[in-house]
Design a protein around this ligand. Structure first.
Ligand SMILES: [Zn+2]
Length: 181
């Protein structure tokens, strides 16, 4: 085996573990799609839009939650008691974030879910309180939604605790709103 062949073999071996992920991405075509053009795929393209540009498209309260990472008072959102079938979308860009099938009553006074729509949420560690928490946000516009905890119901054990004002509810049977860019 000469040096070039050896190098090729090595490259193939190193590349192999990544093949499944790469083929999934290219299969959906999402990587080549313009920002926000697709929502059905799991690959969401982050909008290149400053937070201030959302100011006139959401309520002042929603803006504080979404783009200043504030937290609404518990039991203040009507969505906490929303029990109809439907979809919860980001109040800013309208990306679907949660399905009503995964909503549960956590008793905390905030809309709570066992899981988000796959690929539509981003997370980061948050040290605003004494203990670290996991903050999560809309993967498309970056708007803050809430925090995820590990004391949720089985089988996943997750509790996605959301500011109601950062969401909009679309009952089943009604068309989802167009994405905003
Ligand atoms: Zn959004």
């Amino acid at each position: 085996m000469n040096r070039r062949n050896a190098l090729q073999t090595l490259t193939t071996l190193v590349a192999l573990p990544w093949l499944p992920a790469c083929s999934r991405a290219s299969d959906t075509g999402a990587a080549a799609a313009p920002a926000g053009a697709k929502t059905a795929s799991s690959k969401i393209v982050r909008l290149n839009r400053p937070a201030a540009a959302w100011w006139d498209q959401v309520s002042p309260a929603a803006y504080r939650m979404l783009f200043e990472e504030d937290t609404e008072p518990s039991f203040s959102s009507p969505l906490d008691k929303e029990k109809r079938d439907g979809t919860f979308v980001c109040a800013a860009c309208h990306l679907p974030l949660f399905d009503s099938a995964h909503k549960f009553d956590s008793g905390t006074g905030w809309p709570s879910f066992t899981r988000p729509v796959a690929g539509h949420i981003g997370t980061k560690k948050d040290f605003k309180l004494v203990w670290p928490r996991t903050e999560y946000h809309c993967a498309r516009c970056g708007g803050h939604q809430g925090h995820v905890f590990d004391d949720g119901p089985p089988p996943r054990g997750e509790r996605w605790c959301n500011n109601g004002v950062a969401l909009a509810f679309v009952p089943k049977g009604q068309p989802l709103p167009a994405l905003r860019s």
